[in-house]
Design a protein around this ligand. Structure first.
Ligand code: SF4
Ligand code: SF4
Length: 225
């Protein structure tokens, strides 16, 4: 079977998600063996910038007409377009400056959130695609993974503001596991009870307006990916 042709692109972003693909170190050879990567400016200056692609991985958000034109061109080339990272999936922190997610301009076939994406989640999604399966990504909240790590809850036990209850899992509760509250960098879960969280946080001394502000940092809470 021919290897699928792949392009990896960045719109307006910090390029961290593309870098995390290159950081796959132990798996990078297997990845480049399984995929025919044709267009990846961060990794190569010799790219085929016009070929048809089986898979396009696109990082970043749309902040300008140039971004919009770029993502439309990528969409025309690709059978499957995957948004990688919270900027591409939800708009990310640049939303405050008017940035939009990819889905505002083109059809997106799969969303892999994260700021940046998690290596294991990315590799597992690619592996499932290679096997002809639809990638399964976590839809439950970060609290589930946090409890699986047997962490003490920073919110209920220490009264700290944590976005875990409304943030989609997949990072293995990286921040709370280090004693740092989750700031919601992966974006919201599909079903969010923001009202209940606001009530809970109000009991801990956080005003509804502060809760609202913090929950909107990376992505609009309540928005489906
Ligand atoms: S520390 Fe945060 S992520 Fe962990 S269980 Fe508590 S609220 Fe959830
Ligand atoms: S714990 Fe929260 S802020 Fe930290 S990496 Fe995970 S989703 Fe992002």
């Amino acid at each position: 079977m021919p290897r699928p042709t792949v392009g990896i692109f960045g719109l307006t972003s910090c390029a961290g998600c593309q870098l995390n693909i290159l950081n796959c170190e132990d798996e990078l050879l297997a990845l480049t063996g399984a995929l025919d990567i044709r267009d990846f400016l961060m990794a190569s200056s010799g790219n085929d910038t016009g070929c048809a692609l089986d898979i396009a991985l696109v990082e970043g958000s749309i902040v300008s007409k140039l971004d919009e034109i770029a993502v439309r061109k990528i969409r025309e080339r690709a059978k499957t377009l995957i948004a990688i990272g919270t900027c591409a999936v939800h708009g990310g922190i640049a939303r405050a400056s008017g940035a939009n997610p990819l889905k505002s301009a083109v059809k997106v076939d799969l969303n892999i959130p994260g700021c940046p994406i998690e290596k294991d989640e990315f590799l597992s999604a690619i592996s499932m695609l290679l096997h002809g399966d639809t990638p399964l990504l976590a839809e439950y909240p970060a609290c589930t993974e946090c409890r699986m790590q047997e962490n003490n809850c920073l919110m209920s036990e220490n009264g700290r503001f944590c976005c875990g209850p409304v943030t989609v899992a997949g990072c293995h509760a990286r921040c709370p596991s280090l004693g740092v509250p989750c700031v919601g960098c992966r974006g919201p879960t599909r079903e969010v009870n923001a009202e209940s969280l606001a009530t809970l946080l109000e009991c801990k001394g956080f005003s509804p307006s502060e809760t609202d502000r913090r929950l909107q940092t990376f992505a609009p809470v309540g928005e489906n990916a």
